[in-house]
Design a protein around this ligand. Structure first.
Ligand code: 13P
Length: 251
């Protein structure tokens, strides 16, 4: 049985007071939900404050990115070890915005995943095709390339701490969710690729999240799909009520 994960990616939003207001509003709304793994991913500067605020609640803390070196002369970077120090248990790696605006490649994503796993973090590993790639019928090739590149050199054992997030780039922040069938098809393909690489024991246990305009009114249909194990939520995670409605969708 795969435990669902609902993760909120706050992106570049929320100062400390705003983040605390959000998380303090969220806590009482999800306090009784042990059915779902609940994660929030704020900006680096508020991680420690949010960590304090979520103490004793079912909410876990993620960062949105990291560097692959533990320490050194790498101005402006943050290492997985430092994320653990700040209270993170999870980290998002390879988000399409990082690939699109900050030059991340499958190779750098792979280094970041390895470094994060070595530090003990659970990785939310993002993949997904652009609209042009979907229209050119390259979706499955793109997903396979991103998967194989990102997971290269990892053992099946290490995959127990990897959660895959399928986020079609054309559905992010556009209000255009993939249909339940489109998402299910991609998720089933992803599980098949993981199964081909690592065997079905690993792929059956792998949580695969959908991301891209997830809202309280579409979460149920998505979660009813057999290969969708949760959601990575952007915009709707910035409000306590809407994120809690997504977390509690079946409760
Ligand atoms: P939206 O939910 O705002 O479309 O963002 C999705 C996303 O990118 C989560 O990582």
């Amino acid at each position: 049985m795969r435990k669902p994960v609902i993760a909120g990616n706050w992106k570049l939003y929320k100062t400390t007071p705003e983040a605390l207001e959000l998380v303090n509003g969220l806590k009482p709304l999800v306090v009784n939900n042990s059915r779902v793994e609940i994660v929030v991913a704020p900006v680096f500067t508020v991680l420690a404050s949010v960590k304090q605020a979520i103490a004793g609640s079912p909410v876990s803390l993620a960062a949105q990115n990291c560097y692959w070196e533990e320490e050194g002369a790498f101005t402006g970077e943050v290492s997985p070890k430092m994320l653990v120090d700040a209270g993170c248990t999870h980290v998002i790696i390879g988000h399409s915005e990082r690939r699109q605006y900050f030059g991340e490649t499958d190779a750098t994503v792979n280094k970041k995943i390895k470094a994060s796993l070595n530090a003990g973090l659970t990785v939310l590993f993002c993949i997904g095709e652009t609209l042009a790639e979907r229209e050119a019928e390259q979706t499955l090739d793109v997903l396979k390339t991103q998967l194989c590149g990102g997971l290269e050199g990892l053992s099946g054992e290490q995959l127990a701490k990897v959660v895959i997030a399928y986020e079609p780039v054309w559905a992010i922040g556009t209000g255009k969710t993939a249909t339940n069938d489109q998402a299910q098809d991609a998720h089933s393909f992803i599980r098949g690729v993981v199964g081909g690489l690592y065997g079905t024991a690993v792929s059956d246990a792998m949580r695969i999240l959908y991301g891209g305009s997830v809202k309280p009114d579409n979460i149920k249909g998505l979660m009813a799909q057999p290969d969708i194990d949760g959601a990575l939520v952007g915009g709707a995670s910035l409000n306590a009520e809407s994120f809690a409605a997504i977390v509690n969708h079946q409760a």
